[in-house]
Design a protein around this ligand. Sequence first.
Ligand SMILES: [Zn+2]
Ligand SMILES: [Zn+2]
Length: 362
Amino acid sequence: MRPEDLLCPSPKGLYSPAGDFYVDPVRAVPRALITHGHSDHARRGHGQVLATRETLDLMALRYGANFAGATQALAYGESVDINGVRVTAHPAGHVLGSAQMALDWRGLTIVASGDYKDAADPTCAPFAPVRCHVFISEATFGLPVFRHPDAAAETAKLVNSVGLFPERAHILGAYSLGKAQRMMALLRQAGHAAPLYVHGALTEITDYYEAKGMALGPIRPVKGVAKAELAGAIVIAPPMALTDVWTRNFPDPVTAFASGWMRVRARARQRGIELPLVVSDHADWDGLTASVAATGCEELWVTHGAEDALVHWAGTRGLRARPLHMVGYAEEDEDAQAAAEGEPPPAAAEGEAEAGAGDGAP
Ligand SMILES: [Zn+2]
Ligand SMILES: [Zn+2]
């Protein structure tokens, strides 16, 4: 019996020959386990989908109620049997509802973790390491140069900037599922009590987080709000909106972006970001290595990202390790989605533009 009989890479995603199902398949399949609601992992059109209640709900918000032929919810700690493979969901700490899927079969345990982080996040259950023989990890930030700073300290930079520039709007780019709501919670923890304005692409998901008990304070749609009212306000929008004509209708906007990639200065410059905030929903190098070690695994498979460094590190620890070179997983998909969901500028552009001097007219 080899681990590959329980789970192996295939062009459609990780496939279980023993259980006849896929994990986070990138193409439509008869039976899928979905680790979390991000669009690169949770695609529409599968026959049967097994995921947490939250992931199923978020998929329905995104794709409509008929996103799959049939669905089954699996709570954290709960198990189901699929063709003799026992599947158990455990918190991944990535976004609301994110789960690691533990597969048990004939005494062998493989954990497919999806995306995960071990850093604190007030908007989701914390990552729980699961003992296993084979751990499957992403490596988005799998290089020793990636060490994410404290998220509260990064958030304080935004709050301080609002204090310094009360006449300017602050537009914060954040992925619409997870990062946006985490930033809202972090801003509240930082003492920012004023209403937060949101782009239309964020409202449904944010409403869902609130319905699940997240206290995010006053949240208002930015659409239709007069430009003058947005001076000193924080507006949260999907990343793509930042490179849009959309931002022209705000008073002298400061553009911020919350992403682990903001650690790379060239990326911030390329996007024209004035205030980069290094806040990530992925584990950094220390988080990846600590999490792998905590599983006690004998073997590490790395799905995507900076695979080679993590594979090399595993080798130095005496673990068998292999890169899977899986394609189709990238957070950039979120950007594309946001673009597709784009909405018109917040207020009547004509009269407003004349009233405000220095708002970017050449
Ligand atoms: Zn993700
Ligand atoms: Zn991902």
